[in-house]
Design a protein around this ligand. Structure first.
Ligand SMILES: [Zn+2]
Length: 289
């Protein structure tokens, strides 16, 4: 018994050290790009490295997907994506019926016909803890919770006389490691329709659909994804004042850019990582084609 427990503990330590190595490798792979982004500033960086960035802002979206960078950077064969944390599972509402009503309105307005759920969804985990306080669910339970939400959302859309279907994306099909989040950025998109999968080589990032969701929900989502990126499921302690997480604001004009950067700072003002300089707020004006 003792041996077996000791072996299990050893295996766990070995696994953790393996993940730490994998994380460092992934971090190093993105570091040149991030050095340029932080050093040059967002405006110069994107204009130089991604001169055709405007085409990554799409008009028509087909799939509701999570804000998870493994989804936002994934090219979906069903079509372009509209990002909501856990496909709306965390959307602010007094109860599930109201949440389904609000999120179905949003997705219908964006032309969405596919509701995705995905394996290992952090938003679904938070939703589970919101609905069952004090319970720490197993990963399979969280996966089922994410799927159940997506199916209910499909039904809510159908009740409003629109068609929709559910598509599940397994963790291994996502555009990131199964073990951790590799986001170095959060795209706070007030231009609308940003799909990072339209450009190769963009810094890995969560997407907040600022243009289409309420200010409160955008603030909720920004808080959630910053916690994930800066926590143990993300690059965590690898972030520093020299190598910060970058919130990239996309704005349609300079006035909005200035205001949105202030809005982001206000949202993050109590975050200890922000206070420690581990989050940089930057951005640029994007004129949609
Ligand atoms: Zn998710």
């Amino acid at each position: 018994m003792f041996m077996s427990e000791s072996n299990t503990a050893q295996a766990l330590v070995a696994h953790e050290s393996e993940i730490k190595k994998e994380k460092q490798t992934a971090w190093d792979a993105g570091s040149d790009t991030l050095r340029d982004l932080v050093g040059q500033g967002a405006e110069q960086f994107f204009k130089k490295e991604f001169p055709d960035l405007a085409h990554a802002f799409v008009e028509k979206t087909t799939c509701a997907c999570c804000v998870d960078e493994g989804m936002t950077h994934k090219d979906m064969e069903e079509g372009d994506k509209f990002a909501l944390a856990g496909s709306g599972i965390l959307y602010r509402a007094t109860n599930e019926a109201e949440r389904l009503d609000k999120v179905s309105d949003l997705t219908i307005a964006r032309g969405v016909t596919v509701i995705t759920s995905h394996g290992g969804c952090g938003a679904a985990g938070l939703a589970y803890k919101r609905d069952f306080p004090g319970v720490t669910p197993l990963p399979a339970v969280v996966d089922k919770y994410a799927i159940d939400w997506a199916v209910k959302l499909v039904e809510a859309i159908e009740r409003k006389q629109h068609t929709a279907e559910h598509v599940y994306v397994a963790l291994e099909e996502m555009n990131r490691s199964e073990e951790f989040h590799n986001a170095r950025a959060v795209y706070f998109d007030a231009v609308g329709g940003f799909n990072p999968s339209k450009e190769i080589g963009l810094p890995m990032g969560f997407v907040i659909e600022k243009k289409f969701i309420s200010a409160e929900c955008a603030a909720d989502e920004l808080g959630v994804v910053a916690d994930i990126a800066l926590g143990q499921h993300g690059f965590g302690e690898l972030f520093s004042a020299q190598n910060p997480l970058v919130v990239v604001v996309f704005a349609p004009n300079i006035e909005q850019l200035v205001n949105l950067k202030k809005e982001v700072a206000e949202i993050l003002k109590d975050d200890k990582n922000f206070q420690a300089g581990k989050v940089k707020i930057d951005g640029l004006v994007v004129e949609k084609k």
